[in-house]
Design a protein around this ligand. Sequence first.
Ligand code: C2E
Ligand code: MG
Ligand code: MG
Ligand code: MG
Length: 291
Amino acid sequence: QAKAAGRGRVVRFDAEIRSEAAQRLRLDADLRHALTHPGELFCLYQPVFRVGDGRLSSVEALVRWQHPADGVLPPALFVPIAEAAGTIAQVFALVLEQTLAEQRGWYNRTGRWIPVAVNLSPRQLDASTADLVLTTLRRTGTPPDMLTLELTETGMAEPATVAAALGPLRRAGVRIAVDDFGTGYSSMARVADHGWDVVKIDRAFVAGIHRDTSRAALADAMVKMAHALGMQTVAEGVDNAADLQILARLGCEYAQGYLLSHPVDAVGILELADTEPRVSVELASGPGRVE
Ligand code: C2E
Ligand code: MG
Ligand code: MG
Ligand code: MG
């Protein structure tokens, strides 16, 4: 009987794996279609706030896919497929184009540049990415330092490749952020060698730090190391006020997360740009106050 149950199990797993493979194949084909039909891939923008005064500081573009049959799909469902299929650079081109266009729109409406960040896949670290970015910046008249590219630590497996791919961008003034810091295989030493601009501390070292002293100690160390290297820090996934309070005390300059705002569309950013601070963090000694 155990054997029969065991066999049944194998059959079920096999069927699951097969339908997963079929799903990937289908999405792969659908994605090629989406890349030539503007509008299916679109961006939401996650606001990043200054911890010190609670005001909007910049935004991160997060890609979404309005799939014709499946609804809105998150990047976790199709970015890996695009990476495997070799179409990730096209996804990036669309995201960059859309984001810089929205940024120009915000500038026209508010008279100031809101810095934007776009995620870069480690699978597109070649000369063509730098060419594309520089050409696009020139064509749109965007100040290069109003663009940050976010690269996860896992993307830093080969320092020479990374440095070669990003060199021309850095020399032009484009900023580079280390994304999801603390979760990859890299080290602060590697980050130091690259001399990048921003460390984004992963949610794993942010969520719950007000009641987890060892995690708070890690976040503290990351902020200190980043500052020692002349880099700024952004905390990711801030979803409660008590954690934000701790981050303020650690000297973390910027924060993003559901406490402050979910990702919103371009109009949502415009509204945030001219409203009162979302939160105000009192940095007085003692437990402080968050509104
Ligand atoms: P990421 O760059 O670390 O982006 C932050 C992710 O955390 C976003 O998920 C965001 O919605 C989510 N998030 C923000 N605040 C909170 C919070 O308080 N709690 C929780 N639980 N989550 C929060 P999203 O949009 O699903 O993106 C997931 C990942 O997909 C991104 O992680 C990034 O690595 C990748 N990605 C997104 N857009 C692009 C893109 O255009 N190109 C590439 N290559 N990758 C992208
Ligand atoms: Mg990111
Ligand atoms: Mg991140
Ligand atoms: Mg993350």
